[in-house]
Design a protein around this ligand. Sequence first.
Ligand code: GLU
Length: 504
Amino acid sequence: MKVRVRFAPSPTGGLHLGGVRTVLYNYLFARAHGGDFILRIEDTDQSRYVAGAEQYILDCLEWCGLTPDESPVIGGPHAPYRQSERKAIYHKYAAQLVEQGNAYYAFDTPEELERMRQDHRKDEHTPAQYDHNTRTKMRNSLSMPEADVKALLDAGTPHVIRIKMPENVNIHLTDMICGEMTFDSGLSDDKVLLKADGMPTYHLAVVVDDYLMGITHAFRGQEWLPSVPVHVMLWEYLGWGKHMPHWAHLPLILKPDGNGKLSKRDGDRLGFPVFAMNWTDPKTNEVTTGFKEIGFIPQAFVNMLAMLGWNDGTGQELFSMDELISHFSVERVHKGGAKFDYEKAKWFNHQYIQKTDTAALLDMALPFVEKELGHTCDKEQLEKVIPLIKDRCTLLTDFWAQGHFFFRTPELVEKAAITDKWNEQKQQFFTTWSTALASLTEWTEQSLEASFNEHVAQQGIKKGEVMLPFRIMLVGGKYGPGVFAIAALIGKEETIKRVGAITG
Ligand code: GLU
């Protein structure tokens, strides 16, 4: 049987890194087994639908290099891949379930449902939910005479279809990660399967589509575990029990202190991204920064995510996509939650910057540098700058932070470090040397250093006394690669100008 997996997001907003990790594990599993990876958009909840979120998900997958084999855009043998376009299919199965007695019509108004919840809150022994305890007291096709039900349906009375969860069944599941699990069917409520607006809920749609699309293995977050009993019952009721996919419920990604699930708010609070790419809320226009825009290389982001809840047991941390595909195994996915560590995430990016060649880094860094410059950047210059500063770069944004002075005269942020200890001798040194520079014929790192050393010796000044001032003149601060390499790259005119800014 061919392996078929799916990522089934609801287009409700930005894609959390946990979502990308779910995609990744699905993808690795599919590729390792020569299977198919399907993207299905679960957009049946119209109240949560957010315009632009589907395109955003597609863009994120593309950025990460996790391309589906079948999707709403690519199409495929089971199109459409957008649940809102598959309404008629779900109606058929909802009707079948009612027919079989496994589901029923419910006519309760929101007020009646609220009253039921209020009444039950007084009774601490049973949960305030629509289930075997309460359904007989509600207005549905199990509690009402058939003729009344028919009359209500004929009159077009708004109604939903609910699953009839059995009261006393032990539901078993062998999860690829969590192992053997047993659920008491009586604890689940009679979930709505088909809503009054004619749309299925997630529960019905996910089961129907996983079956029709031939899904063999399904990876999703552990937050979906409470839905398992309902899903297993639906697979059974629809007569597809033998075809149910093998489930893998992934551990949660936790806050850095391990205290609960990592949320967007934690990212805002602690100053790191949680979404894969920038997400602009269409209602408020508020932008949430993503890993892409903060300067992560997609391969580093993916590698880091792979390690959030999995390892291959050898201590290896850096894996190419091909290596991830060949090393990944569900057996080694951790059962417990994985703490997100932003410092570690940055470590991955730093490693990737070091092992990426200049030509590739040039393409990656260019947009970040041009954004800061506000105009196109001299690519040849950037190509020469990259090898000089890459070891100081952790994020792609650092190519500007560590290299801006190659493109623009810097602000002398640490000018005081020069002027506080300025004296006649230093003034003399830089004035003379700068005149000598004007007539220097060969402008290279080596010739500049030789000329500098020569003047130091001639004037009897300590090299250490003038090196730091020279650095600050060129860079604006006490950082950066070798001063002569900087001067060589910015050129004669600019070097003399920067020295002149201090010496006058
Ligand atoms: N639509 C669900 C979500 O938004 C999919 C859960 C599942 O994979 O079954 O995450």
